[in-house]
Design a protein around this ligand. Structure first.
Ligand code: SF4
Length: 594
């Protein structure tokens, strides 16, 4: 989606060309008013003159007449059921109010061969749907189906649907629910996938991949957008890589072998597992970091979140819960609360076993009585379904599976979990994976998809991303915690919700998001939104704790949840005012300087 004003023809055309060269299939442009909608014709003409014919989509909120204007020009118009008509009109006339505004738009679309995207957003559900359903996936689905019914009533079927949210769980459940309802009704409209306001950098990529990847694995999704607070052309290669990753294994593998995927698909329920040491049960998923090198020193543990200072260990928010030490027994005590995992044979030679635990191959585990009284890790791969049948579930309350999914597809892992659940086992499962991609971004996207989708589905009690030639130990940790945070199962840092910006944006969002991140990035568990405009920003930041929203040129309004608490502040002081606001509400902690 373009991020410059649609009235600025030159900048918009230049941005579109950069996006086309980056590989987009469609370009969406914001059309807040009639003037912008009309200018789409000029932009389209200029692009054609330069030899570019990429389909254009107009993004319209609040004004059906703008949608009508755009529909005569572009290839697709996105409308948002949350604001296509006013709540007042809906209260007075119900569906007739929508019908009245939709019929003229559908007519223009039919005349010009224009498609419509019914783009529901979690953050901008209509007042009435909020009253009826709360801000739930059910409310989103109802909204979409109401428009679908009215379009079909007018014999219009050139429709695409989206159910975006910045909360990956809400987004996944809403899309699944919509598709289920469509299937029940014998309908199969295309689906556009996206996680809104995913942010930037590694977090934005991971969050997008968790949400979009989970759905692509379900076989849902015809187009995707990675929504980053970066230049629009930077979104494109990320989307291409993610789509390409699926294309590769969708052709080689198939989900047809999964007769039943016994996990709740429409709400979050963690698989019930036993408490084993600090793993399983209602514990947050643990993070395992691998240390493949020898000659371990205390200072090496800084890479995995532990700093040795004045004879004491200091633990950071993102420190590994277990360290895989392979066959090296360190000559110092590990930090309290940090367990060392050793290969079984090496573990048998350790005298002081309190801090160290064995990693067994499945066969060795079955054939020995020499086990840790606390926790025993059993390495298993998704092909070993037979072992599950032989392994008497829960006979050993110290057992934890380490599912080494290397070289297995997401479908294989789903099948393995299905078999595990069928046995009734409550043995916790740590998901282990390594990647050999040379492209470090590809590793992030693949890991977030392969592993994040299982945490979203309530499976997985831990994560173990192995380092490799193109992935340092510190990076495995950062990606692991990022995946857990994006899947909403473990918060270890501030969650930033920032819009990608568009023609409505009132400030340099990338610069401001970086400033806000620098000041507040240590506030574990808080959700802070940075939104470009007051028109859509407050609605779309949905479940944020605090919001920084562009209110006018050079002006910022600050929000606590959905309430505006400081209006029209000068942009120069707004970040510090945000910090003050967080302090007043008791959510501030000083950053840890080590
Ligand atoms: S919040 Fe406003 S500025 Fe940001 S992308 Fe949405 S409409 Fe554009």
């Amino acid at each position: 989606m373009t991020s410059v004003s649609t009235l600025n023809t030159e900048s918009t055309v230049a941005q579109c060309i950069r996006m086309i060269h980056a590989g987009v299939d469609y370009i969406r442009l914001t059309a807040p008013n009639i003037r912008e909608a009309e200018n789409l014709a000029v932009i389209k003409k200029k692009l054609k003159e330069k030899g570019y014919h990429t389909p254009l989509i107009a993004d319209v909120h609040f004004n059906p007449v703008v949608a009508e204007t755009a529909a005569a020009i572009v290839d697709k118009v996105r409308i948002n059921p949350g604001n296509f008509i006013s709540s007042k009109a809906y209260r007075e006339k119900g569906k007739d109010a929508i019908r009245e505004k939709l019929i003229p738009l559908l007519k223009i679309c039919k005349d010009h061969g224009t498609a419509i995207r019914i783009g529901v957003n979690h953050g901008s559900l209509s007042e009435i749907k909020m009253e009826q359903y709360g801000d739930t996936p059910e409310g989103m689905v109802f909204s979409a189906l109401e428009y679908l019914e009215l379009c079909e009533e007018q014999h219009f079927d050139q429709l695409v649907f989206s159910m975006k949210a910045s909360n990956t769980r809400v987004m996944v459940y809403a899309y699944r629910m919509l598709v289920r309802r469509m299937v029940e009704q014998g309908k199969a409209y295309p689906i556009h996938l996206g996680v809104t306001e995913a942010g930037e950098g590694e977090d934005g990529r991971i969050k997008s991949s968790v949400g979009i990847g989970t759905l692509l694995a379900d076989g849902i999704g015809d187009t995707i957008r990675i929504s980053l607070t970066e230049e629009p052309e930077e979104e494109v290669p990320v989307a291409r890589k993610l789509a390409g990753y699926f294309e590769a294994f969708m052709t080689e593998n198939s989900s047809s072998g999964i007769q039943k995927y016994p996990v709740p698909l429409f709400d979050y329920q963690k698989r019930k597992t036993s408490y084993v040491d600090k793993t399983g049960g209602n514990n947050v998923p643990v993070v395992v970091a691998g240390f493949p090198r020898t000659g371990l020193k205390t200072s090496d543990l800084a890479e995995v979140g532990y700093v040795f200072n004045n004879g004491k260990w200091i633990r950071r928010d993102q420190s590994a819960d277990y360290l895989f030490l392979d066959d090296q027994i360190p000559e110092f005590s590990l930090p309290e609360g940090c367990g060392g995992i050793l290969n079984y044979t090496t573990w048998t030679s350790v005298q002081e076993k309190e801090q160290f635990f064995p990693l067994f191959q499945a066969e060795a585990y079955q054939n020995t009585r020499n086990k840790s009284p606390k926790i025993n890790f059993i390495l298993i791969d998704p092909g070993e379904v037979d072992f599950l049948k032989k392994f008497v579930p829960d006979k050993d309350p110290t057992a934890v599976f380490v599912l080494n999914s290397q070289d297995f597809s997401l479908y294989d892992i789903r099948k393995w979990f299905s078999s595990l659940i069928e046995t009734g086992s409550s043995v916790p499962v740590i998901l282990k994976r390594s990647y050999t991609f040379e492209d470090s971004e590809m590793i992030r996207l693949a890991a977030a998809t392969d592993l994040g989708s299982f945490f979203t589905d309530g499976l997985g009690d831990g994560i173990w991303l192995a380092p490799g030639d193109n992935l340092s130990i510190a990076e495995t940790l950062s990606i692991s915690f990022g995946i857990l945070q994006a899947s909403r199962v473990r918060a270890t840092k501030t969650e930033f919700i920032s819009c990608p910006s568009c023609g409505r944006t009132l400030f340099n969002i990338q610069e401001v998001a970086a400033k806000v991140r620098a000041r507040t990035g240590h506030l574990k568990g808080l959700r802070i939104a940075v939104m470009g405009c007051i028109v859509n920003g407050p609605g779309e930041m949905a479940d944020s704790d605090y919001g920084y929203v562009g209110a006018g040129p050079g002006k910022i309004s600050l929000y606590k949840n959905h309430e505006v608490v400081k209006k029209n502040l000068s942009a120069g002081i707004a970040v510090e005012e945000l910090v003050q606001l967080i302090k007043v509400h008791g959510d501030w902690v000083e950053p840890l300087h080590i």
